[in-house]
Structures are given as structure tokens and as C-alpha cells.
Design a protein. Structure first.
Length: 119
């Protein structure tokens, strides 16, 4: 199993550490990373606001009924994936990253009008 310190050293910090936390969070959940209470606390703190918002959206019928963690990881990975693509200069000039992110959000909504920004 990987050690948390080795993973943190090996992961570039070009987004303020978010990628490290998400990567650690996923590996911990898969049982592929030895963790510490501090690492678990940081991971949980990073995901908590989004998890709370998603849970409310499921509860009030805005989002489809699903396990909140599935939606959280879907949204979190979309935004961070887009950020990595933008930082690497791999998003075509004609693409609209905000609309792409909103499309993922729209996919979890229960019917109605999509909230994706229009051009």
C-alpha cells in the first residue's frame, strides 16, 4: 500500500492541494492507501460542503435519488478534470468549460429546465 506522505510528495501541487486530497480520498476508500487521522480529516473536510449541498438537493427533489457520494464524486471529478485540462491547455478554444461542468450537474437534476448557461 502507498503511504500518504509518498503520494503527497509525488503529486504536483498546481491546484492548491485539491488534487492530492481527492486522490488520497479515492485511494483510501479503495483500501489502497495507508491513512492517518489527519489525512482522513482533511479529506472529509474538503468534501463536506459539496456532500451537504448534494444531500439537500436530493432531499428537496432537485437531484435524482441516488447515493450522495456518487453524485459528489461525479461533480468533483468533472470540475477537477476540467481544471487539469485547462491548466494543460488542452481545452479547445471553441469549448465552453463552464457549460461542460453544468451539463454534468444537469444530468443529476430531476427533469425541468437545464440550468446550464446558454451562449
Amino acid at each position: 500500500m502507498a503511504k500518504a506522505a509518498e503520494l503527497i510528495i509525488a503529486t504536483p501541487d498546481n491546484d492548491g492541494g485539491s488534487a492530492v486530497l481527492v486522490r488520497c480520498h479515492v485511494l483510501v476508500r479503495r483500501g489502497q492507501l495507508d491513512t492517518t487521522p489527519e489525512l482522513q480529516s482533511a479529506s472529509d473536510s474538503a468534501m463536506a460542503p459539496l456532500t451537504e449541498a448534494v444531500t439537500r438537493a436530493i432531499g428537496n427533489g432537485t437531484f435524482l435519488p441516488a447515493e450522495p457520494t456518487i453524485i459528489v464524486i461525479s461533480l468533483w471529478s468533472t470540475v477537477h478534470g476540467l481544471a487539469q485540462l485547462l491548466l494543460a491547455g488542452l481545452v479547445p478554444a471553441e469549448a465552453d468549460p463552464a457549460r461542460a461542468a453544468m451539463a454534468t450537474l444537469d444530468g443529476w437534476r430531476t427533469g425541468g429546465t437545464p440550468i446550464s448557461p446558454r451562449r
